[in-house]
Write a protein that binds this ligand. Sequence first.
Ligand code: R5P
Length: 313
Amino acid sequence: MNLSVISGNANPALAEAVARILGTKLIARTLQRFPDSELHIEIQESVRTADVYIIQPTSPPVDSHLMELLMLADACRRAGAARITAVVPYIGYARQDRRSSGREPVGARLVADLVAAAHIDRIVAMDTHTTGLEGVFPVPLEHLSAVDTLAAALATRMPSNGVVMSPDLGGVKLAERYSRKLKLPLAIVHKTRLSGLNVKAVSIVGDVKGRTPIVVDDMISTGGTIEAALHAASEAGAARGPMVAATHAVLVGPAVERLKPLGLTRLVVSDSVALSTGADVLPIEVASIAPVLAEAISRLNQGKSLGDLLVRA
Ligand code: R5P
């Protein structure tokens, strides 16, 4: 099937990198806002009978980028696309996959229903907050990972006394994969979330004394989780010069101010979301996931197995 790649406004640099690897160009389109802020989209090339891949992480502003994705999908469907795959390396609302108290929505489920309503046939995501997200979506979700890419970047300068740390219980599976790749022991922080902005590290399971912490996480949002984990590590006698690796450098609110004083020697992240301005004061290193996404798109287009690219629960 004829392959077409198109991008919203969320991360055009990533979309262009993917298209380049695939040996194609992004489909021309316009995305404009009417004076009342309503979105208007027009696709300027034919996608009739095409196998379309829309590359659009739903990073902040989450709702705008989500709407762009849905509108692009609708435009492609009405223009006769044969199949539509949403490549959403970072999925906003994924953390709202259940109700933690009464009278809350299940945001992840609502987003999943909207995706299905927009006639998106398949989602390609990366290091989602929980592997259970697959069960929330009524369409197939291919769960890729940036762990190999980020671990390879970390491995270029790795302290011999390192310890991989999961900053919370939910991140243990992800941290296990780093620990296996880097051949380092694992420690786990028991974290409690006090609010969207604040968390508290209660205790650490595992030995971090005299070791260099390498905190790994699916995402850094406000930086509170990383900050709490590294304070706990320091109190437990960890060595100075910690490192952090995270797939999604969302970096909102006080993230940069929180991360800056932590004395990080390296902050290794992927380009799943566009970096916010001001992040360059951090020792940030970006390892691109474009090759992984391009490989997945190429295989899907040719009907080949994604096997070794997928995260298994
Ligand atoms: C939560 O469980 C996630 O894995 C991340 O640890 C969390 O979303 C990071 O958020 P923040 O940076 O705001 O603490």
